[in-house]
Each structure stands twice: as structure tokens, then as C-alpha cells.
Ligand binder design. Structure first.
Ligand SMILES: [Zn+2]
Length: 316
């Protein structure tokens, strides 16, 4: 196992976007730390704002977490740029000198993974859903190209994608030293590579983007699948959860309810449009309008969600 993990560490240093500039040479400790909220003993969250990427937030627009055990630290999502990853690493170093042993990626979206290269020097083991490597190889270069075009090169200097080598299919537990973390891979929901992390010591469940709060949910996987996964998750107790977007901690299962309502409304409205013979554009104009005032960034994501839902549901 040790040998397998070691080879995993070495092969983790596979990059996409090979045409891009080398990572910035500034020492990692020079990066300005973020403010981290301690949501439970030893569990910290850097909360991302509901915003687009810019140099002030370093592309850190979703939540990243880190958990400190007796022997090592696990990072859960690395932020939206190499700079954000450096700042996250500096935040961890304010709290502990223990080695950063694991980098866990909850799914393939750029705001959750683009900071990964900041942790390569730690020889951390990169972990993800069994579908994550394929998803990254398919999408990550496009994500990076679009991000550079939309938000400017400066934010993304040195940003690389790191492919995880320890993959989760059936549930796995890793131990940070008297601190087991249970990792679970889910069927297609928010994406086709959603992974959750449960800190068993405190009952804190880091959900990635299976749970949104404030920021409207973004559908990039399977709508019926996401609703089914939510209902499975809701059956389990947790002291608190950490959403992928939203506050540092939320009560459970209450945190699932608004996501469930939005996704159910989207599904019901798109189904009604399909049954009425309406086009995809007509469906997108109407779907989930009753939810519009309940969410930030609704107009940025809802039409795309409706179109994805239409594609999925028209063949039911
Ligand atoms: Zn996402």
C-alpha cells in the first residue's frame, strides 16, 4: 500500500495545459493568507464570496476547507487559481506546521481545483472520484482558457491542473492521525464526479457542490440523479455540513431543502414545457422563475440549468 501510494505521489505530478507558463517562482509563504473560519475543532473553511474571479479574491469564489489531524492535514478543494492555492496554503500554515498529506478534490469545476499546483511541493496525495481524471482531461484546458479570457491572465499565472491518482469508487477512509475522514463517491448529480468528505470526529460533512446556499445551484451532471443523491444524503445525520458555495457551516438536513426545492421546481417546470410541446428556448424562459428571488446569480445560471434539464428530460 505504501509503495502504491508513493507511486501515486510521483504520478500525481501530471499537468494539463502544458503550453502555459511555469508556476510563479514567488515563495509560497509570501502569499497573503485568507481568513479561515473554524466550523468545528480542527476543521477550517475559507468562504468564497458570491462573485466572479478577480485579483482581490484570487479566483477564490467557492469554499475550501482543511482538516488538521494529529499527524497531517487534509485540504478539501484548492481554490480557483494557483494564487488562491498559495493563499490557502499560507492560511493552513498560520494554523499548523504539520505536513499537508492529502489534497481531496470534490469535483472537476475550476473554482474548486485550480489551486492544486500550490500543494505539489508538499508531496501530498491527490484524491478524487473515480471519474475525476477523465473529467479533468476532457474539460480542464477549456476551463482554463475561458477563465483567462474572461478574467485576465494575471489571476491565473502558474495555474495548472493536477490529476488525482488515488481514486474513490466505494467508500474509503483516510486517517490524519486519530482523525478518520470518510470519502464517498456519488452517482451523477451536480457533476459526474461528486465526492463528499465526512470528518467522523466532529460529524462535519464537506459536501462540495452537492449543496449550494445563496449562490443558485449549477447543473452539470444529472438532474434526476442530483435529486436522488440529495434524498440519500438527507437520510444520514451530520452535526453540520459545509456547502461548496455558501456559509462556512449549515445545519443538516435543513441545508438540503432549498436545493431540493429549486431542483424539483426546475424539473417539474421543464417537464411541463416538454409535455406542452414547447421548445427548449421557451422552456428556458419559464423554468423555475418562481425561484428567481431566492438565489444570487440566478440569471447567470438558471437558463443553462433549464437547457441541461431539457436535454435530460425530453427522452423520459
Ligand atoms: Zn461545481
Amino acid at each position: 500500500m505504501k509503495r502504491a501510494l508513493l507511486s501515486g505521489i510521483l504520478t500525481a505530478q501530471i499537468f494539463l495545459a502544458s503550453s502555459l507558463a511555469q508556476p510563479a517562482q514567488a515563495p509560497v509563504e509570501a502569499a497573503r493568507p485568507f481568513v479561515a473560519e473554524q466550523t468545528a475543532p480542527g476543521v477550517y473553511v475559507v468562504v468564497g464570496p458570491y462573485a466572479l474571479a478577480n485579483i482581490q479574491n484570487a479566483g477564490q469564489i467557492s469554499n475550501s476547507g482543511f482538516i488538521i489531524g494529529k499527524n497531517s492535514v487534509a485540504v478539501v478543494d484548492t481554490g480557483g487559481s494557483y494564487l488562491a492555492g498559495q493563499r490557502l496554503r499560507a492560511t493552513i500554515r498560520e494554523k499548523t506546521d504539520l505536513p499537508i498529506g492529502y489534497v481531496i478534490l470534490t469535483h472537476d469545476h475550476p473554482d474548486h481545483i485550480f489551486g492544486s499546483a500550490a500543494f505539489l511541493g508538499d508531496n501530498a496525495i491527490f484524491i478524487g472520484h473515480k471519474n475525476l481524471p477523465e473529467a479533468l482531461r476532457t474539460h480542464a484546458e477549456d476551463y482554463l482558457r475561458h477563465a483567462r479570457k474572461d478574467f485576465g491572465d494575471a489571476i491565473f499565472a502558474g495555474t495548472r491542473v493536477v490529476i488525482p491518482t488515488v481514486l474513490v469508487d466505494s467508500p474509503q477512509t483516510i486517517d490524519l492521525g486519530d482523525r478518520p475522514l470518510k470519502l464517498e463517491a456519488w452517482p451523477p448529480a451536480h457533476t459526474n464526479c461528486d465526492l463528499t468528505v465526512l470528518d467522523e470526529a466532529t460529524g462535519t460533512w464537506l459536501m462540495g457542490d452537492l449543496i449550494f446556499a445563496g449562490h443558485v445551484p449549477a447543473l452539470d451532471g444529472n438532474l434526476n440523479g442530483w435529486l436522488a443523491v440529495l434524498r440519500q444524503l438527507e437520510q444520514r445525520p451530520a452535526a453540520r455540513i459545509v456547502p461548496g458555495h455558501g456559509p462556512a457551516a449549515m445545519p443538516w438536513p435543513e441545508a438540503a431543502q432549498r436545493v431540493d426545492t429549486y431542483l424539483s421546481t426546475l424539473r417539474d417546470d421543464v417537464r411541463a414545457s416538454i409535455r406542452a410541446g414547447e421548445t427548449m428556448q421557451e422552456a428556458a424562459d419559464k423554468a423555475a422563475r418562481s425561484e428567481r428571488d431566492k438565489w444570487e446569480l440566478f440569471d447567470d445560471f438558471n437558463r443553462r440549468n433549464a437547457i441541461a434539464a431539457y436535454h435530460e428530460l425530453e427522452w423520459e
